[in-house]
Ligand binder design. Sequence first.
Ligand SMILES: O=P(O)(O)OC[C@H]1O[C@H](OP(=O)(O)OP(=O)(O)O)[C@H](O)[C@@H]1O
Ligand SMILES: O=c1cc[nH]c(=O)[nH]1
Ligand SMILES: [Mg+2]
Length: 209
Amino acid sequence: MSNVIEMTHPLIQHKITRLRDKNTGTAEFSSLVEEIAMLMGYEALKDLPLEEIEIETPIETCKSPVIAGKKLAIVPILRAGLGMVSGVQALVPTAKIGHIGLYRDEVTHIPHEYYCKLPNPISERLIVVTDPMLATGGSAIAAVDFIKQHGGKKIKFMAIIAAPEGLKKLQEAHPDIQIYVGHIDRELNENAYICPGLGDAGDRIFGTK
Ligand SMILES: O=P(O)(O)OC[C@H]1O[C@H](OP(=O)(O)OP(=O)(O)O)[C@H](O)[C@@H]1O
Ligand SMILES: O=c1cc[nH]c(=O)[nH]1
Ligand SMILES: [Mg+2]
């Protein structure tokens, strides 16, 4: 799984355990999602290209590196992916933000699109797609399909928890993207929920259940 990078940092693992706990309430849950996204973003963005510019320090003129190229785009899959935006945005405050609205049908588990607005043009930007949960992979595949249809080429996908089944499908559908996951869990259950997982991420972030 060479294009899948699973996080090993102890802080991320600790925070994921807090997320899994059913007694963790909405305020702590959404803060943890933001913090994990920032820590994962630090890892996912470590190959950002640099260019040297000339600046003046109080002492002398020198050349020093800055991030090169077009501004990054962060694209959350609504709703739950929204909870990860501020964490990545804290690292790259100039990032443009797109949105893709998808919900999973409760019976068929097939994703349905209800919204899509991306920065335009998108073809030259690095695009970081965020969604805490990668279950069957249907939502992730549909989101990357949309981004590619709009011209997106350089895509990284960030999920906090992934099921092996969905990860495999996403890799097969989009072998050219890099996938960053906080933890790969055991399996999906009969309702396509991740086990052990953390329940419904959107409901826990926004307090809707
Ligand atoms: O890999 P999949 O099987 O497609 O499942 C994962 C999707 O399910 C959840 O969203 P949900 O449909 O619950 O929408 P929400 O974020 O609005 O709660 C989650 O945030 C992912 O987007
Ligand atoms: O376990 C799961 C699966 C899909 N969506 C979630 O929020 N949790
Ligand atoms: Mg949900």
